[in-house]
Design a protein around this ligand. Sequence first.
Ligand code: NAP
Length: 516
Amino acid sequence: MIERLSNYVAGQWQAGTGAGTPLVDPVLGNELVRVDATGLDLAAAFAYAREQGGKALRALSYRQRAAILADVVKVLQANRDAYEEIATANSGTVKNDSAVDIDGGVYTLSTYARLGVGLGDRRFLIDGEPASLGKEALFQSQHVMVPTRGLALFINAFNFPSWGLWEKAAPALLSGVPVVIKPATATAWLTQRMVKDVVDSGLLPPGALSVVCGSSAGLLDALEPFDVLSFTGSAETAQLIRSHAAVAQRSVRVNIEADSLNSALLLEGAVAGDAAFELLVKEVAREMTQKSGQKCTAIRRVFVPEALYGAVAEAISARLGKTSVGNPRNESVRMGALVNRAQLDAVRAGLATLLSQAEALHDGAKHALVDADPAVACCVGPTLLGTRAADAADRVHDTEVFGPVATLMPYRDAGHALALIQRGQGSLAVSIYGSDAAALGATALELAAGHGRVHVVSPDVAAMHTGHGNVMPQSLHGGPGRAGGGEELGGARALNFYHRRAAIQASTSVLSPMVG
Ligand code: NAP
């Protein structure tokens, strides 16, 4: 008997009334569980979250909410083994890749728990200094940030069922805003299980955390003006969301994290085999294979000085050749599966598109699968593509293949490299490799306008840099243009999205005690 996962809304576990959608093991091909959100009264569910959850959360101070988050961390840590099992079965990821999602989520949550302690016993945030509005200092304007009186709806992508939940829920709950999470159907199990453990713990007030597993139908219709919506997923779905009446007419605040053609850049001056060269090679190979390249931040385009094209191609290919691909339950396997057959098909189609303008320098199709049936398993080896015609290869700058695929390209000079990177139309992350601190700093500033995060790797930080694709809660996540234009994390900055800013104009006799 296949388990049907329940939804948690309006303070109750509720099963859908439809047949449900099966979640499948991408390596073995068997059905695991079913999800179904048919027939839920979403208007009532959202009203409960706003009224019960929001009110109870806002009654607490930042410090009290932070203490709850710290306890939630303990609940998640206590159940970690179950999460790893679910990730292996449903996402087909090896232990290290499951950890990126599971532990990354828990670390982000614990970071906000610590940050919240510093916000103290307040129930609102002060924004800036008071400003006199006239000649007399008596009448002033003070900006404040108060938690929004709506809920936060999260519509997430399939690739981070744990991290995607907690990187959004941590700042929302800390802000005093109730959360409704709608995970991507393909991997909803892990999100649902984590929510279940937290709900069962009784740590959060009723209505503070809800989960809807299954179709997104009706979710946006149920949003009201003070709600906020944070979406992570493809550019196509993002476009639908932006044009929905909730956003276009009811002004629901929306944050979009979409796809991205992230780059890695080896600066001029590097020579084959030197420290910067080796750091780039290692990072590109890691980014291509971690989570089978299913990371929004993964390196998709690699730019190197013309003279080093051949050497870099060889060095990355040599690393990729050592990557064993297949069943994540086999200890010798380093890279597991794509999430499902649809993704496998999409990766193959994307590769075919890129191969019309690039050649395979390392062909992933030649990797024999370990412990996995190629007719069933959604596994694919890593493919490094390359083209010397970087200017003409428009598809390479605009097709995101969401799998273990990257394209190597040579550049003539620094200006050419920057222009090629810019053709990604705005990305989440770029990494720069070199040994000249001044050149690294200048290039970072040049690239900052087009990227949410610029990751600079010089030999002195070789052993301690956090990785091109790793999203650290201390740093901004999001990118301009094609990447969706969103902003998440970045420490306390994340709280802005869940607060409303207002200017209070009043006598200092009113403002002074209020501000404290
Ligand atoms: P997707 O197909 O756009 O789905 C994302 C989410 O939107 C899922 O929960 C999906 O639900 C839901 N959805 C689908 N149609 C919808 C609609 N009409 N209205 C409202 N919600 C709808 O994306 P994906 O395939 O899961 O994720 C892969 C993409 O996400 C890649 O392009 C990747 O770059 C991007 N991504 C970006 C980030 C980032 O932080 N920038 C992070 C991870 C992934 P169902 O699953 O039920 O269809």
